[in-house]
Design a binder for this molecule. Structure first.
Ligand SMILES: [Mg+2]
Length: 178
């Protein structure tokens, strides 16, 4: 059976402004260049999927119905921009749970791979934290880190294959890797 390459995207700080426990769908704010970036990746045949840690849910700061509505709106907005976001995978677990679905663990990515028949070795994870980079590596993807200012060498995790200032540049660098 054919397997598909994918780009798995973090949500907060990658596609939209990180508002820390976003609970109000009216507060969604897209980061510059995200639509063009995903159109470029779409044109290269990458399936596009979102994987987001949401500890705000068990903290009681994010209601599940609001989370669903936020994802419905983001998906609809990208659709009007010509981009099909296949799915949103969320990990509603506390930071210190070490839950297999919570990044840096790879559970959401492995789940997406099973669901959509993805070739993880031909896929990328993109996010704004080293936990995103690590989740990709644990799942068997390459990883791109965006907009991260701390010294990468101070992280406990292996370095990303791509480090770019924003999603558009990351997408261009991924495409340049072939
Ligand atoms: Mg993030």
């Amino acid at each position: 059976m054919t397997k598909y390459p994918a780009v798995i995207l973090d949500r907060d700080g990658t596609l939209i402004v990180d508002r820390i426990y976003l609970n109000d769908p009216e507060q969604i704010q897209y980061l510059p260049g995200v639509f063009e970036a995903l159109r470029l990746l779409r044109d290269r045949g990458f399936k596009l999927i979102v994987a987001t840690n949401q500890s705000g849910v068990p903290r009681g700061l994010v209601k599940v119905q609001n989370l669903d509505e936020i994802h419905r709106r983001i998906q609809a907005k990208f659709c009007t921009e010509g981009v099909d976001l296949l799915a949103f995978h969320s990990a509603p677990f506390m930071t210190d749970d070490n839950h297999p679905m919570r990044k840096p663990n790879p559970g959401m990515l492995l789940e997406a791979a099973l669901r959509f028949n993805l070739d993880l070795s031909a896929s990328w994870m993109i996010g704004d934290r080293m936990t995103d980079v690590e989740a990709g590596h644990r799942a068997g993807t390459r990883s791109a880190l965006i907009g991260y200012s701390d010294p990468l060498e101070s992280s406990a995790f292996a370095l990303p294959e791509v480090h770019a200032p924003n999603l558009l540049v990351a997408a261009q660098e991924i495409l340049a890797r072939g």
